[in-house]
Design a binder for this molecule. Structure first.
Ligand code: ZN
Length: 215
């Protein structure tokens, strides 16, 4: 069976993940009219990778994905196209959870999930940076965690309060960004709204997941 990258190179059969990649890259390369990232904060964090290889990864469902699939109203006009590109890939997405069910309250796993679009285990393999899309439903507390890689959060839709050690907590909405340094503990709280985020990692530790900080 041909891989999707082979099909793409032949100019055929783009799927939802290919479209999401292309939409993201148009933003990342500064060809998109998202006001909040001009000059382009994504590019400043890390340039778009040039080593992508499409992987044949089976979809993995998540309860949270059903909530996300129904989230079509109240979008910010600047980020709605990216939000819709994520929805367009949902049938193909391999959702991940990063934590064991013993580590977080059960409710968390019904209202949270992320997927790795780009990275060492992503739908598009890269060793230059990681790109995740993460969803958290309303009224969730994501406890303090950290990781070696440096991180950029970019809010696509909804809002949440982002907090990090040594920083003042701030409520971020569409097009807002925040940065976490290597091993800087950070945590997040949602209120009445869910939040959909784009998450970029750079530097060392791209193959490692986040770790909850000791209480
Ligand atoms: Zn993080």
């Amino acid at each position: 069976m041909k891989t999707n990258s082979e099909l793409n190179s032949g100019g055929a059969a783009m799927d939802g993940l290919d479209h999401l990649r292309d939409h993201l890259f148009a933003i990342w390369r500064g060809r998109s009219a998202i006001d909040g990232i001009t000059p382009n904060g994504l590019w400043q964090f890390t340039p778009p990778p040039d080593d992508l290889i499409r992987q044949d990864i089976a979809p993995n469902p998540a309860a949270a994905a059903t909530h996300l699939a129904n989230w079509r109203d109240g979008l910010d006009s600047r980020t709605a196209p990216l939000h819709q590109a994520v929805l367009g890939a949902l049938d193909l997405v391999h959702w991940q959870f990063a934590y064991k069910t013993s580590e977080l309250e059960n409710r968390f796993f019904d209202h949270y999930a992320f997927f790795e679009l780009i990275g060492p285990t992503g739908h598009f393999r890269s060793h230059q940076c990681n790109v995740y899309f993460g969803y958290w439903g309303p009224h969730l507390f994501y406890p303090a965690h950290h990781h070696e890689a440096e991180e950029k959060y970019f809010v696509i839709s909804g809002k949440a309060i982002f907090a990090a050690e040594g920083a003042t907590p701030k409520e971020l909405g569409p097009t807002d960004e925040t940065f976490h340094a290597s091993w800087q503990p950070h945590w997040m709280t949602t209120g009445t709204k869910a939040v959909l985020t784009l998450i970029l990692w750079r530097g060392a530790g791209l193959g490692d997941g986040p770790i909850l900080c000791a209480k």
